[in-house]
Design a binder for this molecule. Structure first.
Ligand code: UT7
Length: 323
């Protein structure tokens, strides 16, 4: 028998305000056509004034708990992937824990920017398979609209706000790739590339700062590293792209998503795509895509999924899981 971290519920929350590309045309020198053709993004959601990352995370967590038929008190740990916690500390995770009325267990944030949800899944899996906890609420929640430089057209049109959540629980499998749950993980970082994508604020400046990105360079790394990590995690369990039912990629750019699918030899009708509706929501993009993909009827019980993501650091990785 092998302990597996199995998906028990999924949910998401998107702020009410939808911002189409046409609205950004009035703000910076851009066009709907440029944004659509260069990134695939058509619209994104922005949090309301005063609405924080933990507010979004609480709503997504409540949706996932309802989906699983569980109460917050049934959860042993909360891991939140975010780079936009409400405050420097305490963690967004403890704020969400409090918002859910949960006084048991423990909660902490994982900060690996756009790769955060892959890192959080890897951490949750390790806690579960080592027998330390039974049920983990894994959340990706972001308010990247707060980090935008509204004078920088090369970044401000790309990002959005949102949150997604997944509940993982310990279950016994037979140790084969037919088991449900997380089957393999693969994570990497390389701090030599810190200047390609960063926020120019923090304790060193005393400001929140703005997101800065060398888009072309990040694009180049993404196309190379995402297929590489997806292949690596599949290879750990003797599988290839041909075994995959759904790629659930980080939603940064449709051209990166297509190039990665091509390298993995997975057709685009086996890729969950939400970038047109959400923009890049950083660590929230994969759980949002899992929740939307399930709601659309794309992801079904027993399907083999690969999630992959890359972001600031650079940090990147992938997770193979059977839904
Ligand atoms: O989630 C974390 C990981 N992040 C990513 O994966 C993002 C990776 N990068 C990308 O997705 C793409 O590089 C971008 C979408 C950011 C940019 O696409 P690109 O094809 O690499 O365009 P570019 O940066 O080379 O810019 C092409 C042109 C430039 O003009 P010139 O120099 O050719 O005259 C830009 O100034 O497009 C111009 N441009 C714009 N034009 C209209 C840049 N931003 C805009 C804009 N509207 N918003």
């Amino acid at each position: 028998m092998t302990t597996r971290a199995v998906v028990k519920g999924v949910g998401h929350y998107l702020p009410e305000r939808v911002v189409p590309n046409s609205e950004l045309e009035t703000l910076v020198d851009t066009t709907d056509e440029w944004i659509k053709t260069r990134s695939g993004i058509e619209r994104r959601h922005y949090a309301a004034e005063g609405q924080t990352t933990s507010d979004l995370g609480i709503r997504a967590a409540q949706a996932a708990l309802a989906d699983a038929g569980l109460l917050a008190s049934d959860i042993d740990a909360i891991i939140v992937a975010t780079s936009t916690a409400d405050l420097t500390f305490p963690s967004a995770a403890t704020m969400i824990q409090n918002g859910l009325g949960m006084t048991n267990g423990f909660a902490f944030d994982v900060q690996a920017v756009c790769a955060g949800f892959v890192y959080a899944l890897t951490t949750a899996n390790a806690l579960i398979v080592s027998g330390q906890v039974n049920r983990v609420l894994v959340i990706g929640a972001e308010t990247f609209s707060r980090l935008m430089d509204w004078k920088d057209r090369s970044t401000c049109v790309l990002f959005g706000d949102g949150a997604g959540a997944l509940i993982l629980a310990a279950e016994q499998g037979d140790g084969t790739t037919a088991d449900r749950g997380i089957l393999a993980t693969d994570i990497h970082s390389d701090g030599r590339f810190r200047d390609l994508l960063y926020v120019d604020g923090g304790t060193s400046t005393g400001t929140t700062g703005h997101l800065r990105m060398e888009g072309k360079e990040v694009f180049r790394h993404a196309v190379e590293k995402l297929a590489e990590t997806a292949h690596a995690s599949l290879a750990k369990i003797g599988l290839t792209g041909g075994d995959v039912d759904w790629i659930v990629p980080h939603q940064a750019n449709i051209r990166i998503i297509e190039a990665t699918a091509k390298r993995m030899q997975v057709p685009m009708d086996h890729v969950v795509v939400t970038v047109q509706d959400h923009g890049n929501t950083s660590a929230a993009s994969i759980p949002l895509a899992l929740s939307v993909g399930r709601a659309r009827g794309q992801i079904k019980p027993g399907d083999l999924l690969v999630t992959e993501a890359i972001g600031g650091g650079l940090a990147w990785g992938s997770v193979v899981l059977r839904w």
